[in-house]
Design a protein around this ligand. Structure first.
Ligand code: GRF
Length: 203
């Protein structure tokens, strides 16, 4: 049974999609914990209602980024994860932290990377006049929002789109591709090899 730790900072809708897919598809995996850096993250309630252990580690209580990341990885490692899943975890991570989970930490970013890294991706897409937009699942590397790409989904940008209408359309796709990518990793069909993504599919 593989073990997954999911990190969130807020709503946690991606985490919910993952938890639901795991249950419905009977993944050979256990969501070992959902951890938030914000005590008020609404996703925590969903997780505890689903009988998943939850923990809060408040970044504001640590002197600096390195001290927080050390404490966070110590906490994560008490759950012995095979995979760490960043699901709306709004923290820039230190290189040391990222390297500790190299090849076993995934993130979802709400744009078609390498376009529009960082924040306000939907606004960036609208301002650039992009005609397609989307979401990307990638392995996490020390370079923010630049890790090797695992999966992408595209959505059209419509003429009357606002940031929120576009965000909603992208989010629906996030909820599809993130569980798929995680399942693939758990099944041994997805791995990182010499910094490149290697995927194998069963027909
Ligand atoms: C998602 O759009 C995700 O791609 C981004 O932050 C948002 C988190 O949403 N990193 P949720 O907390 O999963 O609902």
């Amino acid at each position: 049974m593989k073990r997954i730790v999911i990190l969130i900072s807020g709503r946690g809708s991606n985490m919910q999609a993952i938890v639901q897919a795991a249950a419905q598809q009977q993944w050979p995996a256990k969501i070992a914990a959902v951890i938030s850096n914000r005590p008020d993250a609404t996703g925590l309630k969903f997780a505890s209602n689903a009988d998943i252990p939850t923990a809060v580690i408040d970044h504001r209580l640590y002197a600096d980024r390195a001290a927080f990341d050390t404490a966070l990885s110590e906490l994560i490692d008490t759950f012995s994860p095979d995979l760490v899943v960043l699901a709306g975890f709004l923290r820039i991570l230190t290189a040391g932290f990222v390297l500790h989970y190299q090849g076993r930490m995934l993130n979802i970013h709400p744009s078609l990377l390498p376009s529009f890294p960082g924040l306000a991706t939907h606004r960036q897409a609208l301002e650039a006049g992009a005609t397609v937009h989307g979401a990307t699942v990638h392995f996490v590397t020390p370079d923010l929002d630049h890790g090797p790409i695992v999966a992408q989904a595209t959505v059209p940008v419509l003429e009357n789109d606002t940031e929120s209408s576009l965000a909603l359309r992208v989010l629906e796709q996030e909820h599809v591709i993130y569980p798929l990518a995680i399942r693939s990793f758990l099944d041994g069909h997805l791995r990182l090899e010499n910094g490149r993504v290697v995927q194998s599919f069963i027909a």
